[in-house]
Design a protein around this ligand. Structure first.
Ligand SMILES: [Zn+2]
Length: 654
């Protein structure tokens, strides 16, 4: 990579074979941190390749071919447009590996002949993405994989990176096509590929010496935490499974269960789902539409977790031991853990961020949460059709007064119809108490402001936030862990707009249901108020649309089915535990099912589900679990994954 400002010769990709011939002379001798970073992460994303047919598109001087040979494939072929590159490759590979000179418009393979295709740092040279995706779809078998890696398009654009190399002190840049991740995912999606995982790693310690040697250590520091490349693992859909065409609206009926119509009332009826929405709640079954018999279950709206940081989904709690003095405020905690627990943090951050976000989402899905307000920047994976939960996207945010000098700027840059979420009064000292007045003096308390935590609130400051129509999200177990204190029942009931969040496992080991049970049994808040805090209050505070948090005709079909007999939906919820949540529908699709419900599902609804064991409870989940386990266990070790404090294990796919 290079910065745009340097003087250089730029070659368009059209002249590529000549350019790549030049590059071949020096390719293996010039250290490239992007390639090292890619190799470190790609290795854990490779499927089992023993006995498989593999094609390496743009194999260059054979960097990957020699590694792939070691995995025992049935056949291995490399192709490149540059004869000079292939000449170098020839010297590295075994006699059984085949090489082809070709450009990417025609892949040198028969139809459906490859199980795994690699396109390492190739895509930005492709001029016709549609044609390339079509050609990949032609040669890859149903169920086979395509692994794409390249410079991260956002970082490359922001920093003016180009692909470049030096020959005889002349720097040569190659022009590239800046395909966005959205364009790539959607184009390959049209040609029958589903995303299994998207990883966007930044440079880390192993790449540091390369920067150091090049005298560019400042660049390395500057790039801390910024995605340098992406790796996208796609799987071609199975042709023997009938995938409904997108223009055919998926329909399903839920029968035999009681439906929550509010915190205190049930209704009976058949729920008719069409596409993403509840089309009807009626008495009659439509004999032309598949029926899921949920006799013995209760149906509640999918829960809304108003506060989480998903990327910490697999983290352990980080703080002081229970017998040590508690913290005074959250900044004291944050500063201390980056010192005391630096090694643990660094270790967990070796798991690619995308995988950590997926685990954070699964952590919520397992306890019946269908929507999360993720208090951090959005991630492209949130837009993927198989991401396990909805992530609130229409809101502005800042971390806190202490950690964000641009808080005011961000508030004013947020569209006026969006809520604005910020941590406040998270502590027990005067500084935390004063934050409410500071925010008010900055004119940042108004009807779209959503404060998180508010542990230092008093009757006086509650009166102020009520007057400003400002809302509060509480995360009691996190407060209890850090400060050995939570807001009292009397204070909670005096707050006009209030919702509940779980925060992340860094400070609160349990799930949203544990927060619910805690505020019910330990704080003594009534079940009806709690029900509203994770449904209608959250919908209102976070300004969610499409009827989220309610079971209603024409509302979104985000629903959960739970076991039990209860007087009211609120009393069912106030005692609910994760093992009783047996079905989650997300926008009408089955996203999670217990073994008992899985066996009742029409066959086409079981597509793409994989089996997870959660502390002895079986859950079928629509997510690329195999890849997610590989990504996390390669760092934490096999059998070491804890989600909500419970051990999880991968049990396979259909
Ligand atoms: Zn937060």
């Amino acid at each position: 990579m290079s910065r745009q400002s340097e003087t250089s010769v730029i070659y368009p990709p059209k002249t590529s074979s000549g350019t790549f011939d030049l590059w071949a002379q020096v390719y293996d001798s010039q250290s490239n941190p992007l390639l090292l970073l890619e190799e470190r992460h790609a290795t854990s994303l490779l499927p089992s390749l023993s006995g498989c047919e593999i094609l390496d598109i743009g194999c260059g001087t054979g960097r990957w071919l020699s590694k792939l040979e070691l995995l025992g494939p049935a056949s291995l072929a490399g192709m490149d447009c540059s004869s000079a590159m292939l000449k170098y490759a020839q010297e590295k590979i075994q006699a059984t590996t085949q090489l082809y000179q070709s450009d990417c418009s025609i892949l040198p393979s028969d139809d459906v002949s490859k199980t795994f295709v690699l396109a390492s740092f190739v895509l930005s040279y492709i001029e016709d993405l549609q044609a390339f995706a079509q050609e990949c779809a032609r040669v890859i078998r149903p169920g086979g994989w395509l692994l794409i890696s390249d410079m991260h398009p956002i970082t490359a654009a922001e920093r003016g990176w180009k692909r470049s190399f030096h020959v005889d002190s002349v720097k040569i840049d190659i022009a590239v096509q800046p395909w966005s991740l959205h364009e790539i995912i959607s184009t390959f999606g049209q040609h029958g590929f589903d995303v299994q995982i998207l990883v966007e790693p930044p440079f880390d310690t192993p790449e540091r010496p390369i920067f150091e040697l090049a005298g560019k250590l400042a660049d390395f520091e500057d790039l801390t935490g910024i995605p340098a490349i992406y790796l996208l693992k796609l799987q071609k859909r199975m042709s023997h499974v009938v995938v409904p065409a997108t223009h055919i609206v998926h329909k399903l009926q839920l029968a035999g269960s009681r439906l929550a119509s509010g915190p205190a009332t049930w209704m009976d009826g058949i729920v008719g789902i069409e596409g993403e929405y509840i089309a009807s709640i009626g008495e009659d079954i439509d004999s032309t539409v598949p029926v899921l018999d949920l006799s013995g279950y209760l149906i509640l709206p999918g829960l809304i977790n108003a506060h989480d940081h998903l990327e910490f989904g697999l983290f352990p709690a980080l703080g002081r031991s229970a017998d040590a003095a508690s913290y005074q405020n959250s900044s004291e905690w944050a500063r201390e853990i980056h010192h005391v627990h630096a090694a643990t943090i660094q270790h967990h951050q070796r798991i690619p961020k995308a995988a950590r976000l997926w685990w954070g989402a699964i952590r919520n899905l397992l306890c019946g949460v269908t929507t999360v307000c993720h208090h951090n920047p959005p991630h492209p994976d949130f837009e993927l059709p198989n991401f396990p939960i909805h992530i609130v996207s229409r809101f502005g945010w800042s971390h806190s007064l202490t950690f964000d000098p641009k808080l005011s700027e961000k508030f004013h840059d947020t569209p006026s119809e969006f809520p604005f979420v910020v941590h406040a009064a998270e502590g027990i000292d005067p500084e935390s108490y004063n934050e409410i007045f500071q925010l008010d003096n900055m004119h940042l308390l108004d009807k779209r402001t959503v404060l998180v935590h508010g542990l230092a609130l008093t009757p006086e400051t509650i009166s102020l936030i009520n007057q400003r129509n400002t809302a509060l999200i509480i995360c009691p177990l996190s407060n209890l862990f850090l400060f050995a204190k939570t807001l009292s029942r009397d204070l909670l009931v005096s707050i006009k707009q209030i919702a509940l969040g779980s925060d992340s496992p860094i400070t609160a080991a349990g799930d949203l249901l544990e927060e619910i049970r805690y505020i019910h049994s330990a704080i003594g808040l009534d079940a009806n108020s709690i029900y509203k805090m994770v449904t209608s209050n959250s919908t209102e505070i976070l300004r969610l649309e499409h009827g989220a948090g309610r079971i209603t005709e024409s509302g979104v079909a985000d629903l959960i089915a739970v076991r039990g007999q209860h007087d009211t939906p609120a009393s069912a919820l106030s005692q609910l535990t994760f093992d009783q949540v047996e079905l989650v529908l997300l926008s009408g699709k089955v996203q999670m099912a217990s073994q008992s419900i899985y066996e009742l599902l029409p066959l086409h609804l079981r597509l793409d589900m994989q089996l997870l064991d959660v502390a002895g409870h079986q859950r079928w989940i629509k997510a690329p679990l195999h890849t997610l386990f590989e990504a996390a266990e390669s760092v934490l070790g096999k059998g070491n994954l804890l989600v909500n404090g419970r051990q999880v294990n991968y049990h396979g796919a259909i």
